[in-house]
Design a protein. Structure first.
Lengths: 56, 166
């Protein structure tokens, strides 16, 4: 059987929706990281310092 | 490479167990994270941070790595392939991103645990709960994709399909 058609399937709608959601989440996280001054233990450490404390 | 039927089922079982186990372990982690935020007992809060660090290395990381590795073997050893179907590709991306973020986050868990162990005051942080909720959402999406297997071939998958037909 020969398959001559080079027509491509259209990208499914769910893939486009997923792609848009992923892009929005990545941009939001990037903005949060830039505004918040990075990520990682040091950042969490600094946020801890401002957190609620409880005596031992 | 095509796996023999028996081996394929074994890898598939390992993939389901590790992936769903990872999801369940994060739910348990979330319960500890919520307890660390809401409990008014210092012992409970301190114990929650220690337990979360322990869970990170002894349960979450092994399950995440097992899920990723068995998923790779399962994809490459069957007709699904790794880059042919959009749902497989999305699952792979989710798994890789979640595993990398988890490995990075173990450092934060260590910091929180050290503070809980050594400080006279227990310090609360919303970070573990937020990360657990995000991880749960990601893995629920991955599980849903695995169950529904929505249609859609990538351009690479379409090319491979044409090569297979001609």
């Amino acid at each position: 059987v020969s398959y001559k058609s080079e027509e491509r399937e259209k990208t499914p709608r769910w893939v486009k929706v997923f792609g848009v959601i992923a892009a929005v989440v990545i941009v939001l996280l990037a903005v949060l990281l830039i505004v918040g001054g990075g990520h990682g233990p040091s950042r969490h450490g600094s946020s801890l310092a401002a957190g609620v404390t409880m005596p031992r | 490479v095509t796996l023999a039927p028996g081996l394929r089922k074994l890898v598939f079982t390992a993939h389901v167990v590790s992936s769903v186990g990872w999801l369940g372990a994060i739910a348990a982690f979330l319960a500890l994270a919520v307890a660390s935020l809401t409990s008014d007992r210092a012992e409970t809060v301190r114990a929650a941070y220690l337990a979360m660090e322990l869970m990170g290395w002894s349960v979450l990381v092994p399950l995440a790595v097992a899920s990723l590795l068995t998923g790779l073997v399962q994809s490459l050893g069957t007709h699904w392939g790794l880059f042919r179907h959009y749902w497989v590709l999305f699952k792979l991306l989710i798994n890789v991103v979640a595993t990398i973020l988890l490995l990075i986050y173990t450092q934060t868990l260590e910091t929180l645990s050290d503070t809980a162990r050594e400080s006279d005051h227990v310090l609360r942080s919303a970070s573990p709960a937020l990360h657990a909720v995000a991880a749960l959402l990601l893995l629920l999406v991955a599980t849903t994709l695995a169950v529904y297997k929505p249609r859609g071939l990538t351009p690479y998958g379409q090319r491979k399909q044409r090569e297979g037909i001609s």
